[in-house]
Design a protein around this ligand. Structure first.
Ligand code: GCO
Ligand code: MN
Ligand code: MN
Ligand code: MN
Length: 386
């Protein structure tokens, strides 16, 4: 039974199921859904929570009174449905103010406004109970690099993140911050384009322990990279704070496809990594229904994301229980207690012993590790014949 439960921790951005189907070539194909309605529908489908940009809930032009009314009603719906707000973020990309960047704008006034807008959005997120705060640098990038800001942009970005981490502490919000890399779109080149770049940047911040990643399946795939590899590196670094699940054809425009719709093998590997590693954050979908769909199609899309995840999770359990697969895995790894002891934890004696050691290179050259069979067995499991 693949019916989602809140304990599965599935979450959706308000902007995902709320997506209107607009694209650079065409108008909206769907009408706006009220945030309270979205929360009710997602609760019905078994989701755990929602995430939001400040302006997904409170329009940019709302007066303080309107803001309070909107937030009050939204909180009431959260209480009634039991849905949580798990992640909050700032819209630093829609308003033309941010057309040449927010934290990395060459205009000090824009950078200051971006900080102001983010502090207010952090207040909103904290009021709604969010514990994770995402930074996706939608407009943080460039088309023209002769402006000379490549190095400055990184240090402006760093100054802003340092400032906001202190703000979170001074308010007692306790946010964990998650940087979301993307290679391009909407800018020609975005700063911090991939997971590895963001990991390197975090190490340069004043309080690196506050910062981790929000990697997205589509973004690494647009860059031609493997998402499971990126996630493994984030997990290894202790930096997988949040995740954006969706799908994407390699190297294309940002498609935001339903989870599992395109790269089923990679989706399986990803679910296996998340489940095996004990990742306990939200399984957050940042995708949207195809532009062709009406509202019914939107809810089919949302159900499909969760159902595919649960099916792949069950496949991962079967993978662990399949005796032929387990035998192939066992045969793949060659253990050697003596050599492993020699190769780990340097000492002069170990180095000398290792340098003097003989190896049967011919046997190593000839050994086939059995990966063809392992891959076929796994595929057959995914195709439902095992
Ligand atoms: C995109 C991004 C965004 C961000 C969102 C939250 O490609 O448009 O993935 O959807 O995830 O702004 O930070
Ligand atoms: Mn995206
Ligand atoms: Mn997108
Ligand atoms: Mn995203």
């Amino acid at each position: 039974n693949y019916t989602p439960q809140p304990s599965d921790k599935f979450t959706f951005g308000l902007w995902t199921v709320g997506n209107l189907g607009r694209d650079p070539f065409g108008e909206a194909t769907r009408v706006r859904l009220e945030p309270t309605y979205i929360v009710e529908k997602l609760a019905e489908l078994g989701a755990y929570g929602v995430s939001l940009h400040d302006n997904d809930l409170v329009p940019l032009e709302a007066s303080p009174n309107e803001r309070d009314r909107i937030v009050r009603e939204f909180k009431k719906t959260l209480e009634q449905t039991g849905l949580k707000v798990t992640m909050a973020t700032t819209n630093l990309f829609t308003d033309p103010v941010f057309k040449d960047g927010a934290f990395t704008s060459a205009d000090a006034r824009v950078r200051a406004f971006a900080l102001q807008k983010t502090m207010r959005a952090m207040d909103l997120g904290a009021e709604l109970g969010a514990q994770i705060y995402v930074f996706w640098g939608g407009r943080e990038g460039s088309e023209v690099d002769f402006s000379g800001k490549l190095l400055d942009a990184l240090s402006w970005f760093r100054d802003s993140l340092n400032f906001l981490a202190e703000y979170s502490d001074s308010q007692g919000y306790g946010y964990r911050f998650a940087l979301e890399p993307k290679p391009n779109e909407p800018r020609g080149d975005l700063f911090l384009p991939v997971v590895g770049a963001a990991l390197g940047f975090i190490a340069t911040l004043d309080k690196p322990e506050r910062f981790g990643l929000n990697p997205e399946f589509a973004h690494e795939t647009m860059a031609g990279l493997s998402f499971p590899h990126a996630i493994a590196q984030a997990i290894d670094a202790g930096k997988l704070f949040h995740i954006d699940l969706n799908d994407q054809k390699m190297s294309r425009f940002d498609q935001d496809l339903r989870f599992g719709a395109e790269n089923l093998k990679a989706a399986f590997m990803l679910v296996k990594l998340l489940e095996d590693s004990g990742y306990d954050g939200p399984r957050h979908f940042d995708a949207h229904a195809l532009r062709t769909e009406d509202e019914a199609g939107v809810w089919e899309f949302a159900k499909g994301c969760m159902r595919t995840y649960l099916i792949l999770k069950e496949k991962a359990q079967r993978f662990d229980q399949d005796s032929e697969i387990q035998a192939a895995l066992k045969a793949y790894r060659v253990e050697d207690a003596e050599l492993e002891a020699l190769s780990k934890g340097f000492s002069k004696e170990k180095a000398e012993a290792l340098k003097a050691r003989g190896f049967d290179l011919d046997a190593l050259r000839k050994r086939g590790p059995g990966l063809e069979r392992l891959d076929q067995l796994t595929l057959e499991l995914l195709m439902g014949v095992r």
